[in-house]
Design a protein around this ligand. Structure first.
Ligand code: 5AD
Ligand code: SF4
Length: 456
């Protein structure tokens, strides 16, 4: 079922003008999936008469949409809760709720946390939020943490913040059970939204002025609508054909599902961006096996060769974990060597953080000392910066097409846009508009940014 895209927005505007509507502030942590989920939560609440506010200062309800992927992500939330106690002192009836992965992982243990938390709601229970909030306003506590095999929220049009880019969640959960990862436990089994609902939503987004859509899922390339007989390459193809001027991105991919068909879809359609995020995690096949990643370093490199052969100029990024259980100096060196061989344009790099209940926690010792994890991570980051710097320097003089996003977040009087290859491009503002697609020439570069001039 497709719902008019403007409806949650109009609903929210009406509620915001109603002085009696309870004001909800949603703060989002973690991955893009969480950002997309917060937009679904905002839509559900707006539909039920709540006002959505962008500051905690005047809120009646504060919801933290949380992440559990590493211990430091959870520590951040506990600190934030300590800080939020001051709001409770000012407004005794303030309701504070925890949503997302931490809610699912810690469940009832979070109730009463920092004498503050009265609602705990997991990722598949957001439809119950309005009633839980109403009960909490009356002083009751509520926990809803059932995981679902079918919930996709595909009938809910997210309440998005304005912008030229939009996220669209196309599948939820994960069946991979990588040994280090808590996600299959916090987000449950894999399930896909229907092909029709995704196509309708993308068309609606395009018609409302969105120029770029990122299709989201924990493992998007195992997307499958069994009824419509559409797998991920077919979904991409369907959107690319229906909307030839919409830029299409997706995240995140698992190497063992990076099929030839998907690579051919990139080759065939100009509007599927020349950028692939393909997490490798480690360059050592021994470690990959202990991670349950289902590929060897050699097989990963074969996928990379296939991608490079068929998608000229493709930009690649990855995720790396340093200091995983039993990782030796040789394993670490293999990761550095693989990164040198691939020459990634970008990488997200982390220290291994043991998570309760995962296979790694049960089976392997977390035996790499903290200072060794830190040193290895620093070496990985140092090398990656140097490589990205070299790649970007080689871009000088080249022409790109960028989608203008608006004022630069880092440099005054400059604006930013993103290339098809996902590079952040900065240029001096001269009357350009958000959503413009412009040809630019690279004039200088560092490891994170290209500085460009607009080609007239
Ligand atoms: N420790 C460190 N990094 C992790 N990731 C997932 N689980 C852990 C963990 N326990 C990283 C992986 C994944 C990314 C989203 O987060 O690299 O691809
Ligand atoms: Fe976690 Fe692996 Fe699933 Fe990614 S594919 S969410 S790392 S279990």
């Amino acid at each position: 079922m497709y719902i008019d895209l403007m409806s949650p927005k109009k609903q929210a505007e009406t509620n915001n003008k109603n002085p009696k509507a309870k004001k909800v502030y949603i703060e989002t942590y973690g991955c893009q999936m969480n950002q997309a989920d917060s937009e679904v939560v905002a839509s559900i609440l707006a539909n039920d008469g709540f006002a959505i506010t962008d500051t905690a200062d005047n809120a009646d309800v504060i919801l933290l949409n949380t992440c559990s992927i590493r211990d430091n992500a959870e520590q951040k939330i506990f600190h934030r809760l300590s800080h939020l106690r001051q709001y409770k002192k000012k407004k005794f009836k303030l309701v504070v709720g925890i949503l997302g992965c931490m809610a699912e992982r810690l469940k009832t243990k979070l109730i009463g946390e920092r004498d503050l938390v009265s609602i705990v709601v997991g990722p598949d229970e957001y439809r119950s939020l309005p009633s839980l909030i109403n009960q909490a306003i009356k002083g009751e506590q509520g926990v809803a943490v059932e995981l679902s095999k079918v919930e996709t929220y595909e009938d809910i049009t997210p309440l998005r913040t304005e912008g030229v880019s939009a996220w669209l969640s196309i599948m939820r959960g994960c069946n991979n059970f990588c040994a280090f990862c808590v996600v299959p436990y916090t987000r449950g089994r894999e399930r896909s939204s229907s092909y029709d609902s995704i196509l309708q939503q993308t068309i609606g987004l395009y018609e409302s002025g969105v120029k770029e859509v990122t299709l989201l899922g924990q493992n998007v390339n195992s997307y499958n609508d069994l009824n419509a007989k559409k797998d991920f390459p077919k979904l991409l193809e369907g959107i690319a054909q229906a909307l030839p001027y919409l830029r299409i991105r997706y995240s995140t991919s698992h190497p063992h599902d990076m099929s030839d068909e998907l690579i051919y879809a990139h080759e065939k359609y100009d509007n599927i961006c020349n950028f692939i995020h393909l997490p490798v995690q480690s360059g050592s096949s021994k470690i990959l096996k202990k991670m349950r990643r289902d590929y060897t370093a050699e097989e990963y490199m074969e996928r990379i060769a296939m991608i490079r052969k068929n998608i000229p100029g493709v930009s690649l990024s990855t995720d790396i974990i340093s200091g995983y259980c039993t990782e030796t100096e040789e394993d670490h060196q293999m990761t550095l060597d693989l990164m040198k061989e691939v020459r990634y344009d970008g990488a997200f790099m982390f220290k291994y953080s043991e998570r309760g209940n995962t296979l790694a926690e049960k089976k392997y010792p977390d035996d790499v000392p903290e200072e060794v994890k830190t040193r290895r991570l620093e070496e990985i980051i140092f090398q990656q910066r140097a490589i990205a710097g070299e790649i970007n320097e080689a871009e000088i003089g080249k022409i790109h097409e960028i989608l203008v996003e608006g004022p630069s977040k880092k440099k005054e009087e400059m604006w930013q846009g993103r290339s098809d290859t996902n590079k952040m491009c900065i240029f001096p503002y001269n009357g350009e508009k958000e959503g413009d697609i412009l040809k630019v020439k690279v004039v200088s570069a560092n490891s994170a940014t290209l500085f460009v001039e607009i080609k007239k």
